[in-house]
Design a protein around this ligand. Sequence first.
Ligand code: FNR
Length: 188
Amino acid sequence: MTYRIAVVVGSLRRESFNRQLAAALTKLAPQPLEFVTVRIDDLPLYNQDDDGNQSEQVKRLKTELSQSQGVLFVTPEYNRSIPGVLKNAIDNASRPYGQSAWAGKPAATIGISVGAIGTAMAQQHLRNILAYLDMPTLGQPEMFVQHKTGFFTPGGDIADDSTKQFLQKFLERFAEWVKHHADKVANK
Ligand code: FNR
């Protein structure tokens, strides 16, 4: 059994550390998880007037989410919260009312920043949103990652072995979390 995980990256920056982290996590993902990064940079700004006529890009995101058994959010912290592009993606796929593509999907959050608190405040804000969206979100381990020079190898891997092991543990816990929730849905 494979569980498809939609990976949502909260930065559009070309050299984004979070995008690099998402790519490194994809390589470390344990066997039952298959990571697919979803596109959010071409979504329209959310406008409730469009609820009855959502754009192809929004429909694409919602389809990708509906085909996934879990969601991994990899996000920077902007001004002590989540970036607007991420909130825009969340809002777009949450509507029309009653047709949210997020509902019930098990989730996990992680983020890397140059600041010492490693996106902790952004992730706390994100957890608040995910609770409202009815997404069971992995509580531990919390993954507040600080970027320093040499964090990634030139090949895009995690340079430090103990950090790599910690990330692997996180992914294993997430795999159990997704499996637990997917099995619950299957046995309903
Ligand atoms: C930041 N940055 C930042 N860092 C942090 O730890 N806490 C914060 O509140 C903020 N706020 C913030 C706002 C804005 C508008 C920008 C552009 C940046 C710095 C941030 O961690 C850094 O730019 C990361 O490199 C962003 O992540 P990506 O794009 O590398 O994935």
